[in-house]
Design a protein around this ligand. Sequence first.
Ligand SMILES: [Zn+2]
Ligand SMILES: [Zn+2]
Length: 328
Amino acid sequence: MSNLTYIPEGTTYWAHYDHIGELHDGYNVFEKMWAAWYAYMQNDVLATGIMSFVMHEIVYFGRSLPWIIIDSIPYFRRWKLQDQKLPTMAQQWRCTRGVLLTHFTIELPQIWLFHPMAEAVGMSTSVPFPSWKTMAYQIAIFFVLEDAWHYWFHRLFHWGPFYKYIHKIHHEHSAPFGLAAEYAHPAEVFMLGIGTIFSPILLSYLNNGDFHVLTMYVWICLRLFQAIDAHSGYHFPWSLYNFIPFWTGASHHDVHHEKFIGNYASSFRWWDWMMDTQAGAAAQRRRRDKKRAERDAIALKEQQKLSMLSMGEEAKIMGSQICVGKEE
Ligand SMILES: [Zn+2]
Ligand SMILES: [Zn+2]
């Protein structure tokens, strides 16, 4: 059922809300609010664009705020990964300005374009909402696909000129903090942003439109939570990584900022495991040990080959001596 069904005489948002309530008793408060918003706006692209962008800003800065407060309380320092490096207010303010600039110049157009693209492949904006099970499996797919996208593009951004002219900005903070999650060059924000919006469009296309824009909102919220927490600089006993061993979290991404190399994935550790790009002293030690073991194995083989050769030579000499003895 389309949202455009609801065009009551009242022009205010709440008039739409009441009208929808009268027509559909079964809708819950959120479904009524949702349908009233689309009916009130009379323009689905505008309705989705405004809602997505406002939600993105509220979640981004709302989720960053607790980390700003935590940074100012010494009690929490025991869980700070690089405990000597706290962000100054000047750094945080500079970061906020940079983030706002890319939000308005890069992410806003991307968010705006999302609706027409997703609608073209059949995305739904109507009520009732999809079940939580449908949303959960679709969001799980988005996490996996975005992680792969992020891993490979992030690795690319660490290549010579791309690092020098683009990714270096994100690495200005060797000890990251929540607000720095989206502090990056506009080209990077654009390329990595595609990873977030591409998978919902692909799924909508493959699923013949069985995809609701609400799922996209929840996905964006969770992705922001993941990115901001990964940059928080804190690893607590209750951090998700302690319960899900393949989850990245701050303990993974903080080392990336500290060492400038390795740990390229966004949500899961498996790409770094598979491609042997884990960062940190333990991973380096393991790689060194592995290389040494390989070198030792080659040297041993060479030694065995040489001793076999020399044994063969000795056997030859002995054989010829026996022959000479016989002749005598
Ligand atoms: Zn990087
Ligand atoms: Zn980062």
